[in-house]
Design a protein around this ligand. Structure first.
Ligand code: NDP
Ligand code: 8X3
Length: 256
């Protein structure tokens, strides 16, 4: 296969779907993973129609190690030679003080944001290592650089992504594999709706009277990172809305 391959997890929405679009524009073939396959199908049809992109859909839950390994393992050999892996699938659930936190929420965040990222990386990276080539881009968060009130477990998972990114860079140093992490501040996607379990009012209040980032802002950063020459690795990027100074300091416009 002459085109490069980008594998994007969490491609059914938000930042992942925007990354799929930029890689299609750049002429990559795509492996798109998520649980909501209907969403992936619509995106795939659109990208194939607009850019002629060759796409394989991977309906999977990153929390299920066997499913990840089985679904990827069933791909034709040429599709397993991934050039860029974007570990994007992730979520936040709840915003409660530690003594009131929901253990199910904690499990979902830890299983998705840490273990899911590990399962996908463990499946894809050996083939990159064998070829002495590849690029892993992990989507962290400002929550992986700072801890904010009630962010406890989500922040811990994103700190883990930061640590794992550094660990990957060390362990894969002799394999010619680039490893990058991107840490966004507030991006308006379905993220807050998922965090507040479908409460649209609470979700939209997060971005009230301020201009957040949009998914395309992160995807454009991914486009830049992935298009550097092979000897250049962008290790770590924090990208914030201009109206956000820290995880909690946000400039909101006056009402009216
Ligand atoms: P969205 O909720 O819009 O998208 C999340 C994506 O992750 C969806 O495609 C979802 O697909 C996928 N996903 C979630 N759980 C699983 C799972 N178990 N298996 C497979 N796929 C899964 O949020 P964003 O686009 O904003 O989030 C993308 C990443 O960016 C996350 O890692 C998030 O933590 C991070 N981030 C987001 C910020 C923001 O403010 N929005 C800021 C900083 C970082 P499906 O449900 O179909 O499986
Ligand atoms: C998402 C950004 O600040 O809501 O990772 O945690 S924040």
């Amino acid at each position: 296969m002459s085109n490069k391959i980008a594998f994007i997890t969490g491609a059914s929405a938000g930042i992942g779907a925007a990354c799929a679009t930029i890689f299609a524009q750049e002429g990559y073939n795509l492996l798109l993973a998520a649980r909501r396959v209907d969403r992936l199908e619509v995106l795939s049809k659109n990208l194939t129609a607009s850019h002629g992109t060759d796409i394989k859909l991977l309906p999977l839950d990153v929390r299920n190690a066997e499913e990840v390994s089985f679904t990827f393992g069933n791909l034709p050999e040429e599709w397993k030679q991934v050039d860029v892996l974007v570990n994007n699938a992730g979520l936040s659930q709840g915003l409660d003080p530690i003594h009131e936190g929901d253990i199910g929420d904690w499990d979902r965040m830890i299983d998705t944001n840490i273990k899911g990222l590990l399962y996908v990386t463990r499946t894809v990276a050996p083939l990159m290592a064998a070829r002495q080539s590849g690029h892993i881009i992990n989507i962290g968060s400002i929550a992986g650089k700072e801890v904010y009130p009630n962010g406890n477990v989500y922040c811990a998972t994103k700190h883990a992504v930061d640590a794992l990114t550094k660990a990957m860079r060390i362990d894969l140093l002799d394999k010619g594999i680039r490893v990058t992490s991107i840490h966004p501040g507030m991006v308006e996607t379905e993220f807050s709706e998922v965090r507040f379990k479908g409460n649209k009012e609470r979700a939209s209040a997060v971005y009230h009277n301020m201009e957040p980032l949009v998914a395309e802002d992160i995807a454009e950063t991914v486009r830049f990172i992935a298009s550097r020459p092979k000897h250049v690795n962008i290790s770590d990027i924090i990208i914030m809305p201009t109206a956000q100074a820290t995880a909690t300091m946000v400039m909101r416009n006056e009402e009216g």
